[in-house]
Design a protein around this ligand. Sequence first.
Ligand SMILES: [Zn+2]
Length: 264
Amino acid sequence: MKIYVCVDMEGISGIVHPTQLMKGEAMYEEGRRLLTNEVNAVVESLLQEGVREIIVRDIHASGVNFIPERLHPGASYVMGGTLFQERFPGLDHTFDGALLIGYHTMAGVERAVRDHSYSSRHFTSLKLNGRPIGEIGLDSLLLGTYGVPVLLVTGDEATCKEAANELEEVTTYATKVGLGRHSAILKSPVKVHEELRVTIAEALKHRDSYRPFIQSGPYELQVQYMSTDLADAKYCDGKQAIRLDGLTIRVMDDDLTSLLCRAL
Ligand SMILES: [Zn+2]
C-alpha cells in the first residue's frame, strides 16, 4: 500500500497562535516540534497498518517546517516551495490514498483556528465554478486528478465539518475545537497521537470504497483579494481573466493546475 500525506500546520494539535506558525516568531520552534511529532505519529500508524511506501509533504508556508533530524525514518519527505505546478511531488496514480493532516478551514469561517484560503494576506475568498472553496477542496481536487482519494482529514472541528461537507466520503478527526481565530479547546498532543492510530487504521479500510474527488472542467475561479494592489498585479486579458471589481478577478481554464498557477 502507498499513501501520500499532505501536512499543513494550523490544524496540528497544540497549535493555536500565529507565533507558533511563522518563522522567526517566538513560539515557532515549539510549533515545529508539535508538527514533527504529529507527522511521526502518522507515519508510525501507517507503518503499523502495513503501508510500505509513504511520502509526506510539508505544505505550510514555504514548506520548510519539519525538523529533519527528528523525522521518522520510515517515510520520504518533501520540503521546499509549494507552487501549484508541483504541489505534490512524487505523487502518481499508483498511490492508494492521501491523508490531509493539520488542515484548516477556508477563509471567513467562525470558530476556526487560522481560517484562510492559501494566504491570510492575499485572499478573502475563492469560488470554484460559483461555489466557495478552500484548501481542503482544491487540494482534494488536485489529488483527484491523479485518481487518488482523500481518506482522512484532520484539523479543528470546523475543518472536519468542511471536509465532510466537501468530500462526503472521508474520515475526519478533530485535534481541537476552535473558539476563535486564535483560541481553541485543545486535546493533549499525546492523546491526539493515540487517537490518530485508531483513526488512521479506520480510514485505511476505506481505501477501495472512497472515491477520488473529481470535478471536470472547464473551471472558473473567482478570487477576491485583500487589497486592490494585489488585484492590480494580475494580468487580465478580458477573456480568460476578467477584473470584476476592484478586489475581484475571475480566471477561466480547462486545466485545474494551470488555473491555480494563473489565479493564485
Ligand atoms: Zn499552513
